[in-house]
Design a protein around this ligand. Structure first.
Ligand code: HEM
Length: 357
């Protein structure tokens, strides 16, 4: 991504340019989940109109018709049958994603013979390989594996891209936090700041983003402050009592991560402030379940560690090359938060990006 940004800057003979970073990050994380999760090159970075990227763009359309149809469909699924553009777009997007997922599985399966010899590292490669020797009960059908591919593609890129984009916005709003973070990255990974060494594989392979404590706190704080999945739904399986209220079995519960993550009851008076230092000084009222960005428990996000490492890696790569400032020509994206599967700004996140001196 940063190499492509440099090309764009060079075209304008400038060291500074405004980029809509959310779209760029979406393409980056789609390519990453393609390679790391599915062992396939999606190439949406070099080809912004790649069919898969286009399909996800359609899924997240924010125009008025899409908003009305999706809002109504939450209560009356029959609305999905109406012959309107928003439904046709969703159906087309679904068929493109299904088609890609099916092709990925068939490509993997066709190399089954060799796969027992190949050292697969991607998740689907490992699943296909495991299937070769799986017992009857553990054997996965092509349809099940295809659904896994679709889940990983869907769950595994937009969430991380949106969080990374919000983080860059928060860093642009807080230059002192951005500066402190860059200093930490410089002291742990000086090679990233030198054009001759930043892509040196032997150095990159030895770098460990989990060793940077302030980076950890910035990421956790950004994930707390703006959770990319702000709400999820569960149904109670039996009668229970919650916070003193009787809740009958079968009740639908809306879990509002964006509220819980900012409740002063747990986080104290500064709950509504973006402050990475809070993580070194949590109040006694804090509890693990006050952080609901990935949910908690056995049905929490299985990709949490992957997402955290991915986010940290992206931040190290970008902050070692650029500074980020607010784009004075656009409304503050935080004022334009909209929820459509993930909580993203209506017009994306446009930032002024400048090459570091
Ligand atoms: C910042 C990034 C991410 C956030 C905030 C996030 C958040 C979540 C949340 C809240 C859920 C539970 C949804 C529900 O049950 O209603 C979930 C589920 C899931 N996530 Fe993530 N996720 C992120 C990144 C990822 C990544 C990178 C992957 C894949 C590598 C991934 C894979 C999954 C899968 C497979 C599930 C379904 C788990 C299940 O139902 O048992 N997620 N995620």
């Amino acid at each position: 991504m940063s190499n492509l940004w440099n090309i764009e800057m060079n075209k304008q003979n400038s060291n500074t340019k405004c980029f809509e970073v959310l779209d760029w990050l979406n393409r980056t994380t789609l390519d990453i989940i393609g390679r790391a999760g599915l062992g396939t090159d999606i190439d949406s970075l070099t080809n912004p109109e790649a069919p898969l990227r286009d399909a996800y763009r359609r899924c997240f359309e924010f125009d008025i018709q899409a908003r009305v149809i999706n809002g109504l469909a939450a209560f009356t699924p029959l609305v999905r049958l109406l012959p309107v553009r928003a439904n046709r777009d969703m159906a087309k997007a679904r068929s493109i994603i299904l088609d890609h997922a099916t092709r990925i599985i068939y490509n993997k399966a066709s190399t089954e013979e060799e796969s027992s010899k190949v050292h697969h590292k991607d998740i689907i490669g490992l699943i296909v390989k495991n299937n070769l020797t799986a017992s009857k009960e553990d054997f996965l059908t092509v349809e099940t594996m295809r659904d896994q591919v679709m889940t990983f593609l869907g769950a595994g890129h937009d969430t991380t891209a949106t969080t990374a984009a919000w983080t860059l916005l928060l860093l642009a709003k807080n230059p002192e936090i951005q500066g402190r973070l860059r200093n930490e990255i410089r002291s742990h990974m000086p090679f990233l700041f030198d054009a001759d060494t930043r892509e040196d594989v032997s150095k990159v392979n030895h770098a460990d983003v989990d060793l940077l404590p302030y980076l950890e706190d910035v990421c956790k704080e950004s994930l707390r402050y703006i959770p990319s999945i702000p709400m999820t739904v569960r149904k109670t399986i039996e009668d229970d009592t919650l916070g003193g209220y009787f809740v009958p079995g079968g009740t639908t519960i809306y879990l509002m991560a964006n509220c819980i993550n900012r409740l002063p009851t747990y986080w104290g008076d500064t709950a509504n402030t973006f402050d990475p230092t809070r993580w070194k000084n949590l109040p006694d009222t804090y509890t693990t379940n006050a952080f609901m960005t990935f949910l908690q428990g056995p049905r929490g996000c299985v990709g949490r560690k992957f997402a955290e490492v991915e986010m940290k890696t992206i931040l190290c790569a970008l902050l070692s090359k650029y500074t980020f400032e607010l784009d004075a020509n656009v409304q503050d994206p935080e004022e334009l938060k909209m929820w459509r599967l993930v909580l993203r700004p209506r017009d994306g996140v446009s930032l002024k990006v400048s090459l570091l001196n």
